[in-house]
Design a protein around this ligand. Structure first.
Ligand code: DON
Length: 447
């Protein structure tokens, strides 16, 4: 039976059939085991912030993470050590060079960023083992939490890269010569090869990307994998460096933080929207899946995901600014006029962030505050207030109070509630608008 949400799957299916025709590109063969992949395999997956899963084609076919592992291990390093410490070891500038370039920052010797091999090897080496777990155990555990299921290593691919990975070993020795590798080069590279050989599907990758897009909370399991600031840091480095020497062109045309891998995986994250992933092992000259690149580009355009787009204004924040309607009626005409002139009501709805709070503050000033004596802010239809918006609204109301106005909030959910200890300057809080307005009217002696 078909459902309304199948319309999303239809979009993926349509892109799948459009780009399945494309046979350009080559299988990676510098890791011999990767050359055994099926060149026709092609899967697409999308996971929403509510954990809705959509896919088309070979979204369940296993392949190895390769470089798509890098942002997630970077996330773990940032979580364990913090941004400043990680930046001492590895930079955050686009290198403009290929993923396997033998190049380090002039002066410091740091790898340019954590998305190129040099930076990824250092990042992996930064993950300390514990009494119970090796560095790699912690990496695998973290990758699994991003995917929302227990992942494992493809031992054949691992062995294949160990057998042919001299360029990465050379890089590790070069980095150690600058003093910026905290462990033995051979050990560092072997852990890095193991993380690259972790097996996933396109649906797993979509869950991993969706977790980054969702501020570090896996939308399938609800588990907090990393803190929100770390998710933002990882997405920032993906946006500027995730596609290596074509990162600028990708941000220009597709407009999403992304990461590619030489086995054919490609992820993109639409912050607060979707996690997207494709699998197709035929690669273009920069080591990115040809079909994946085209399909994610088309999907971003179709769904309007480009980060720099001017978003359509999210539903209006302020639903009512009044000094007249919607106030309880007063016994006499004169009292009613006084009530209208002296009490202002502003109502807001939805999730309040900085942008929305600015609108509310502006609306609080709208009903000629110099003439109104009492202001009621109705937050009953508000679904959430972030810390920035809470501070702004509290200080906006405090300013009105300083200016001599009486302030009240209709806030049964306690969005503006002050913590224990209270705040003597906090506005009075009411459960209903009628109650708040009536109280304001009584205080002003108009009822
Ligand atoms: O280090 C390597 O060469 C591989 N294990 C991973 C490289 C990779 O996926 C580059 N991305 N497109």
């Amino acid at each position: 039976m078909s459902s309304a949400a199948d319309a999303v799957t239809d979009t993926l299916r349509e892109l799948h059939s459009r780009f399945a025709e494309l046979r350009d590109g080559e299988l990676a063969d510098y890791i011999p085991q990767l050359a055994l992949a099926d060149p026709d395999a092609f899967g697409l997956a999308l996971i929403s912030m509510d954990g809705h899963r959509y896919s088309a084609g070979a979204a369940d076919v296993p392949f190895t993470l390769q470089s798509v592992s890098k942002p997630f291990v970077y996330a773990l390093a940032l979580s364990l050590l913090g941004l400043d410490e990680v930046c001492r070891w590895v930079g955050a500038e686009p290198s403009g060079e290929a993923y396997n370039a033998i190049s380090l920052e002039r002066g410091t010797g740091r790898p340019a960023n954590a998305m190129v091999n040099a930076g990824a090897i250092v990042t992996t080496a930064l993950i300390p083992g514990t009494a119970d777990a090796t560095g790699f155990d912690r990496i695998l555990e973290c990758l699994s939490r991003f995917a929302g299921r227990r992942l494992d290593v493809d031992e054949a691919v691992y062995a294949s890269e160990v057998a042919t990975g001299d360029r990465n070993r050379a890089l590790a020795y070069l980095i150690r010569s600058t003093g910026l590798l905290p462990v033995d080069p051979v050990a560092a590279v072997e852990t890095y090869f193991r993380q690259c050989a972790v097996q996933v599907t396109a649906l797993d990758l979509a869950a991993m990307a969706a977790t980054l897009a969702n501020g570090g909370v896996n939308p399938l399991t609800g588990g907090v994998v990393i803190d929100e600031p770390v998710a933002a840091q990882v997405l920032a480095v993906m946006a500027t460096c995730g596609m290596y020497e074509v990162s600028g062109d990708w941000l220009l045309r597709v407009g999403l933080p992304a990461k590619s891998g030489v086995s054919g995986g490609l992820i993109a994250a639409g912050p607060a929207r979707f996690g997207l992933a494709t699998y197709s092992p035929l690669l273009g000259p920069t080591g990115t899946s040809v079909r994946g690149r085209r399909a994610l580009g088309a999907l971003s355009e179709r769904l309007g995901l480009h980060l720099m787009h001017n978003p359509a204004l999210a539903g209006s924040t302020v639903t009512l600014v009044t000094t007249a309607d919607d106030l309880p009626s007063a016994p006499t005409e004169e009292q009613e006029r006084a009530l209208r002139e002296r009490v202002a009501v502003v109502a807001a709805q939805g999730a309040l962030d900085f942008t929305a709070a600015e609108r509310v503050l502006h609306a609080l000033d709208e009903p000629r505050p110099e003439e109104t004596e009492s202001v009621v802010l109705d937050l009953r239809q508000v679904t959430g207030v972030d810390t920035v918006a809470r501070t702004m609204l509290r200080s906006g109301l405090a300013r009105l109070a300083e200016g001599g106005r009486r302030t009240a909030v209709v806030d049964p959910a306690g969005h503006l509630a002050v913590g224990p200890g209270g705040d003597p300057a906090a506005p009075r809080r009411f459960e209903s608008r009628d109650e708040a307005v009536e109280r304001a009217a009584r205080d002003l002696g108009t009822l």
